[in-house]
Design a protein around this ligand. Structure first.
Ligand code: 26Q
Length: 752
């Protein structure tokens, strides 16, 4: 490798490993990896999976690819000979942030596992020129700027594949760019990202504003910052139709190239629809089969029905996609007659109005298309699937017994343990051997060392080392210092009221008041937050503002900051996740029970030896079952109680807000100290929201949260007891490997 790198450096820059700078070394390494990828064979199969998703939150790819190609250790050693750390070279890469959060990152983990298991499966999505916005903090508020990730050396390969797509009044020509996805055990698959050459970054003005109606120039400019952005919803439909039209054409083109007739589609193709964003693929495939391949409507529908499977990622009613027919008429006109036909067929068979595709207001319910015309519907954690079947989608479950199934999410441990936590990985290898790298369930071998003081001490020492590494990461990135000997209490995820960062902030206020009253924690606590709020989601931005104001207040208060520090990571992304997760002691997973479909951060923290503080929501329920009562801290109302409270309307936040334990915390939000560093209007709005609406019931669980968090912090002082909890969490995390999840998708849905 040394020779090859020197050859590339000489050819491209006239340098050598001894003289090149970091950017040149990065470029040379990337070129070498690309050469290796090119020579790898594609994974083939008689049946091919297409994982279609509006988001793929890939993270940096250099190390990921080096690991998959088995070149990581060699690269590290070669560079070390020249005094160069591979981790420093990685910093040269810009992260492709083509996702909002969990759903996009899940798609990336899945591509990694599909290739690792040697399954023939490609991803298909959109090539957003700017990823999710870049976040900075100005005046204790979130500011958004563009994230032009495509500049410089990258992993996208141009292809000469072109597809015509109807875009409003015009037909445009789509292009396709590919990213290689190497399998950890050989071979490669591909992520196909569709784009439009006329898109123009020049139309972006101040921050991230642009003309939302200029579709030819803005179509793939931006990733949508989740569902709370009301603006430009029509553009979102244009994006979706463009994505699925390209994907449908690709599927049929490749089917023909592989020598199969369109009449046999379902024998050779399976499509996984990642949430409802790619739902229009169903009518688009039917359209192409009937209009361009001469199939009858009956035959086309029958074929597509046996080809498409749908994954649901949310039970929040406001996040279920519904599009007014007039939107589709403008942005997806070719499939409107097909959607009407699909609706007609359901109406003819089923009277129940609640399951229709087009409702009485001429609004199209996207999920209903998937459920009627897909052969599988899955939820992403056991509790989530149960709630779908028993309440949210119960009428559909009765119509189609057996169609609903659960596939508990997973994460690729190649990125979320082996790469991000090399000290722990290397140590685990010395204790239980390297088998866990291939089969994550082998992590359970660690359980035999539960009483081994040497192992327990080593786990604590590695955690301390990772905490020091995070401290220097944060110092480099944003100039803040944190104390590696304090407890690292971490909540990083998208900002949403249901995830209840506001409840954690109320704990901070509680702790400030406790410290001032002389009741100080046994050891200093560093609260670490990281979150982006959708630009149009005011309540979420108010919560970020509160956290940043608290952070400033604590920084300035010498009495308090001896015991408490509050840090918010700027621009929380995959790269910073890889730094913060290995360093975490307490993993905050505190969503209102029933609202978090699964969560995947919770799994990453667990694998890296953090202890979960959480509600019995999403996959926390399964973590709780796996590690047992004594290795997790749970609190709060259960999902059935919460669902009943919503049904009865029985939750009255004002009653909680008036309690003597809670009122001073709320008053603090609008008190003199915070309004001195913050925006009075934003703080007052948040106060009002919490006391009058509190739609996600933060006050309901607050006291239980404070009680359980206090007890957990006390347990931290029993260092050996804590290390045992860490050990059990690591040992049991193998279940959450996405290799397991993908094996189940394959056995029960795809059958590749
Ligand atoms: C919808 C309409 C218009 C514009 C945007 C959207 C939109 C965009 C993104 C709706 C939802 C999303 C993202 C959802 C998401 O990330 N869900 C998370 O999925 C994870 C993987 O299954 C789960 O672990 C999380 O619990 C779930 O919140």
């Amino acid at each position: 490798m040394e020779k090859r790198l020197n050859v590339i450096l000489g050819r491209q820059f006239g340098e050598t490993l001894g003289t090149a700078d970091d950017a040149q070394i990065y470029a040379a390494l990337a070129a070498l990896v690309r050469e290796e990828l090119e020579s790898r064979p594609k994974i083939e199969g008689k049946k091919k999976l297409y994982y279609v998703s509006a988001e793929f939150l890939m993270g940096k790819l250099l190390s990921n690819n080096l690991i998959a190609l088995g070149l990581f250790d060699e690269a590290k050693t070669v560079l070390a000979r020249y005094g160069v750390a591979l981790s420093r070279i990685e910093e040269q890469e810009r992260e492709p942030s083509l996702g909002n959060g969990g759903l996009g990152r899940l798609a990336a983990c899945f591509l990694d596992s599909i290739a690792a298991l040697g399954l023939c499966g490609d991803g298909a999505g959109l090539c957003y020129h700017d990823g999710l916005f870049h976040q900075t903090f100005v005046g204790n508020k979130q500011c958004e700027t563009p994230d032009p990730w495509m500049q410089g050396e990258g992993w996208l390969r141009k292809t000469d594949v072109r597809f015509p797509v109807v875009l409003g009044e015009k037909t445009v020509e789509a292009t396709m760019r590919d990213v290689d996805i190497p399998g950890a055990n050989g071979g490669k698959n591909t992520l196909h990202l569709f784009d439009l050459d006329t898109v123009d970054e020049g139309i972006i003005r101040d921050g991230i504003a642009f003309d939302k109606t200029d579709i030819e120039h803005n179509l793939t400019l931006f990733l949508y910052p989740d569902d709370s952005d009301e603006d430009g919803r029509l553009l979102r439909v244009y994006q979706q139709y463009f994505m699925v039209s390209c994907t449908a054409q690709l599927i049929l083109k490749e089917l023909a190239e592989r020598g199969y007739a369109p009449e046999r589609l379902h024998e050779h193709v399976v499509v996984q629809i990642n949430d409802t964003h790619p739902t229009m693929l169903i009518p688009e495939l039917i359209r192409l089969l009937t209009q361009e391949h001469g199939m009858s409507m009956d035959a086309a529908i029958a074929e597509v029905e046996r080809t498409c499977a749908y994954t649901n990622h949310t039970i929040l009613a406001e996040a279920l996609e519904k599009w007014p027919m007039r939107f589709l008429e403008r942005a997806a006109a070719p499939i409107v007659p097909i959607i009407r036909e699909l609706d007609r067929r359901i109406r003819a068979k089923i009277k129940d109005e609640s399951v229709q595709i087009i409702d009485a207001h001429d609004v199209v319910h996207m999920a209903h298309i998937d459920i009627h015309y897909g052969f599988s519907v899955n939820g992403v954690a056991a509790l989530h699937t149960k709630i779908l079947k028993e309440s949210e989608l119960a009428a559909f479950d009765r119509l189609y017994p057996g169609k609903f199934n659960n596939k508990t999410n997973g994460i690729t441990l190649r990125r979320w343990l082996e790469h991000c936590n090399q000290p722990l990985t290397a140590y685990l290898e010395t204790v239980i051997g390297a088998g866990f790298r291939r089969d994550a369930r082998e992590l359970e071998k660690l359980l035999a060392f539960r009483q081994d003081e040497g192992v327990l001490k080593a786990l604590l020492a590695i955690k301390r080392e990772n905490k020091a590494a995070l401290s220097s990461f944060l110092e480099r990135r944003q100039g803040v210092r944190i104390d590696p000997d304090s407890v690292f209490d971490v909540q990083v995820k998208r900002l949403h009221e249901y995830k209840r960062q506001q409840m954690n902030a109320l704990w901070a206020i509680h702790t400030i008041l406790e410290i001032r009253a002389g009741r100080v924690p046994a050891r200093p606590v560093t609260m670490i937050f990281g979150a982006k709020a959708a630009p149009a989601y005011e309540a979420a931005k108010d919560i970020i503002h509160l956290i940043l104001c608290l952070s400033e207040l604590v920084r300035r208060d010498a009495q308090v900051n001896k015991h408490l520090n509050i840090v918010m990571i700027e621009n929380y992304d995959v790269t910073s996740a890889e730094a913060v997760i290995p360093a975490c002691d307490i993993s905050e997973q505190i969503s209102l029970a029933s609202k978090e479909a699964s969560g995947t951060g919770n799994m990453k923290f667990m694998a890296n030896g953090a202890v979960t503080l959480g509600t019995l929501d999403g996959a926390n329920v399964e973590i709780h079952e796996l590690v047992g009562e004594e290795n997790i801290a749970v609190f709060g109302r259960h999902s059935d109680e919460v669902i009943a409270l919503y049904e009865s309307g029985g939750y009255k936040p004002a009653e909680y807000a008036a309690r003597p334990e809670i009122k001073p915390l709320l008053d603090f939000i609008t008190g003199d100290e915070l309004t001195a560093v913050g925006d009075r209007e934003s703080l007052a709005r948040l106060h009002d929201n919490l006391t009058k609406k509190d739609y996600f019931m933060a006050l309901l669980d607050l006291q239980d949260y404070i009680r359980v968090k206090r007890a957990l912090l006390e347990r931290y002082e029993d260092r050996m007891g804590w290390a045992k909890m860490m050990l059990v969490n690591i040992a049991k995390s193998g279940y959450f490997s996405s290799d397991r999840t993908i094996a189940q998708y394959n056995e029960e849905i795809w059958r590749l």
